[in-house]
Ligand binder design. Structure first.
Ligand SMILES: [Zn+2]
Length: 400
């Protein structure tokens, strides 16, 4: 009888959230439900139509090549969008390019048969490269738009920050690069990642949602010239981490980095090219989101832990496509952070052995156009957005 009374008391108390009364397993289940509701509600704010619409807007600026007017116009548009979501703290980080900064760059010595990033190449390797021939772009309007070439000088990249309520001095960084190359629209590389970051910024901007720590949304510039925008950011801002400025203000211009999550090429996983160079015309049924960390980085253990947290978030919240964790992160802006903080990248394929072997045939090509991709392709990008949104919401302690 006593036992029964106990259960009755507990279920009445449940309404008042007197969870201390419950055995640990029940408490864990209840808090899981509470977390799921907030995270799920945030994930529900994403939609294929909104994600596609943002990519489409970005492609209006052509390839958005760094050091051109079309790149600066795209940056202005991105900043205006972030402001329209409600952010009053959009900022621009500026630097000169070409740069004289002396941030050490790791040189990778490749073994024969191994790809950049450290993975061993297997299977058929189709040729890849950057299209530099204007006449390869058959669309006259796009060819004209992409004609002005990059000029040296001032560069800018934009970010906004969701300020944490209990730990504003710490943050996760969610990034993608807004510049592109190759005489197309840079729709996949990296309009798809840029739109993902903007969509997450929109969801986190909701004033009803609060996070314990801060989350910064950054759109890097100069990725295609050698990660120069993110490298300049690390060079200029690493030493500012966690400093309250002015002292006593509660204002932290550069909260301490907890993790850096990069998104670069999110749409196209049609499998390995065939020997005649052709590919499966449809998204392959086994398509996945590739989450990579770099085994040869100072923060490999922390990065690996972060990668698995993302894999778990994908398992629970991504609607269609699973995630795979790999250890060969390379050639994207998270590499600029990997010796300073836990760093991962999300991508359609593994960068080294897959993208590098020709699995992404529109990579740096005039065919990287919005019209090239189908809804099944865009859906893979949306699944990556669901993954990062859920993982970051959980890590940052999101609540309503
Ligand atoms: Zn890229």
């Amino acid at each position: 009888m006593q036992k029964k009374t106990g259960i009755l008391t507990s279920s009445i108390l449940l309404g008042g959230f007197a969870l201390a009364q419950f055995p640990e397993t029940v408490t864990a289940k209840v808090s899981e439900v509470a977390e799921k509701n907030v995270v799920q509600e945030m994930v529900n704010q994403l939609s294929l139509e909104k994600y596609k619409a943002t990519i489409k807007e970005l492609t209006k600026f052509g390839d958005r090549r760094q050091g051109t007017e079309r790149n600066r116009d795209a940056l202005d548009w991105i900043e205006a969008e972030l402001k329209s979501f409600g952010y009053t703290n959009t900022r621009r980080h500026s630097y000169e390019f070409p740069t004289k900064q002396v941030l050490p760059r790791r040189r990778q010595i490749l073994q024969p048969g191994y790809a950049v990033g450290g993975g061993r190449q297997r299977g058929w390797k189709a040729p890849t490269g950057v299209t530099r021939n204007p006449s390869a772009q058959k669309d006259k309007h796009l060819r004209k738009l992409n004609t002005p070439q990059s000029e040296p000088g001032l560069r800018e990249q934009v970010y906004c920050t969701k300020i944490g309520t209990t730990r504003p001095q710490e943050m996760y960084i969610v990034g993608a690069h807004m510049d592109g190359i190759g005489w197309g629209e840079a729709a996949n590389d990296d309009g798809s990642g840029t739109a993902l970051v903007m969509e997450l910024a929109r969801v986190f901007a909701d004033p009803r949602i609060q996070t314990e720590c801060s989350v910064r949304f950054v759109l890097w510039n100069n990725e295609e010239s050698g990660l120069n925008g993110s490298r300049a950011y690390v060079h200029d801002r690493a030493a500012l981490q966690g400093i309250e400025d002015p002292p006593g203000s509660g204002n932290f211009p550069e909260p301490k980095w907890l993790g850096m999550i990069q998104h670069d090429m999110m749409l196209f996983d049609h499998g390995m090219p065939r020997k005649d160079g052709t590919l499966n015309p449809e998204q392959r049924l086994e398509a996945d989101v590739n989450i990579e960390f770099q085994m040869e980085s100072k923060f490999s253990l922390q990065s690996q832990k972060l990668a698995w947290a993302f894999q778990r978030a994908n398992e629970r919240y991504a609607t269609d496509y699973p995630a795979t964790v790999g250890s060969h992160m390379t050639n994207t802006d998270s590499a600029s952070f990997m010796d300073a903080v836990a760093s991962i990248s999300l991508r359609e394929n593994e960068r080294g052995t897959q993208v590098g072997n020709g699995w992404s045939p529109h990579w740096h090509q005039p065919s990287d156009l919005y019209s090239t991709y189908s809804d099944k392709d865009f859906q893979l990008g949306l699944n990556a957005a669901q993954t990062t949104l859920a993982a970051v919401a959980k890590l940052a302690g999101a609540g309503i």
